[in-house]
Design a protein around this ligand. Structure first.
Ligand SMILES: Nc1ncnc2c1ncn2[C@@H]1O[C@H](COP(=O)(O)OP(=O)(O)OP(=O)(O)O)[C@@H](O)[C@H]1O
Length: 243
């Protein structure tokens, strides 16, 4: 089966000589369709850089990135921008919503940018807000939403173009525990529905929902664990997650 996401010998360095930083160092990753992969590791180990490389927000110094069977690190800026709009959904720790647009406008904007008609984009945005449990907040500005609700809008936005993969960078990093649980359930639901997901997280509860847990250190993968129901339960118990 073709991996949805694949990297080979992926490297990203910054600087040179004594100040050379190997942010991502020779990473081989394959994410199968419908798989959820969690990436964990200490601050500065290269998790966000990896996610940016996978989603075409940054280019590797060396190595290859493939998305849906197509090599993407060599695309032109224009083709890369199009790929980001149509094939990848991003969810960031700090939501990145447009403050002057309502929830539904934030979600439909992605679909409009990807070339959908205004009517189709609005319909899709309303469906997605319903799916994330925010149909009744569609006309609210982000400032009138809680952190968890904002993140759910961001998840709806990430899904608007039916991306091959959703890349989430610390999606619960700015949330209290109740909102974290909400977002956690949403990711679990996406997982059940077959969405391919790569989630960078410090939160073991999020990682416990994954099929596979990858640990990074100094830019490299140092451990990989395939999670089963049993492991999920153990991890959940470990962090006091009794749901
Ligand atoms: N533009 C840059 N210039 C120089 N060094 C950089 C740059 N961007 C990232 N780095 C370095 O690359 C390494 C990896 O950074 P990255 O943000 O990917 O880590 P991270 O694991 O996501 O950290 P955190 O968990 O704190 O978000 C760090 O040492 C960082 O200082």
């Amino acid at each position: 089966m073709t991996a949805v996401v694949r990297t080979r010998g992926l490297r990203r360095t910054h600087g040179s000589g004594d100040s050379l930083v190997r942010a991502v160092d020779d990473v081989d990753l394959e994410v199968a369709a419908g798989e959820t992969v969690a990436v964990m590791g200490p601050s500065g180990c290269g998790k966000s850089t990896l996610l940016h490389l996978l989603g075409g927000l940054d280019r590797p110094t060396d190595g290859e990135v493939w998305l849906g069977g197509r090599r993407v690190d060599t695309l032109s800026e224009r083709a890369l921008a199009r790929m980001r709009r149509t094939e990848v959904g991003f969810v960031f720790q700090s939501f990145h919503l447009m403050e002057e647009l309502t929830a539904v406008e934030n979600v439909e904007l992605s679909a409009l940018l990807a070339g959908r008609s205004p009517r189709a984009a609005r319909r899709r945005a309303e469906e997605l807000l319903d799916r994330v449990g925010l149909a009744d907040r569609a006309r609210f500005l982000p400032s009138a939403l809680s952190g968890g609700q904002r993140q759910r809008v961001a998840v709806a936005r990430a899904l608007s173009n039916e991306p091959a993969v959703v890349l989430a960078d610390e999606p619960t990093g700015n949330l209290d525990s109740a909102a974290t649980l909400d977002v956690l359930r949403l990711f679990e639901e996406l997982h059940r529905q077959g969405q391919t997901l790569v989630i960078v997280t410090h939160d073991a509860r999020i990682a416990a929902t994954a099929d596979r847990l990858v640990s990074m250190r100094d830019g490299a993968f140092v451990d990989e664990t395939r999670l089963t129901g049993g492991t999920t339960g153990q991890l959940g118990a470990l962090v006091g997650w009794d749901d």
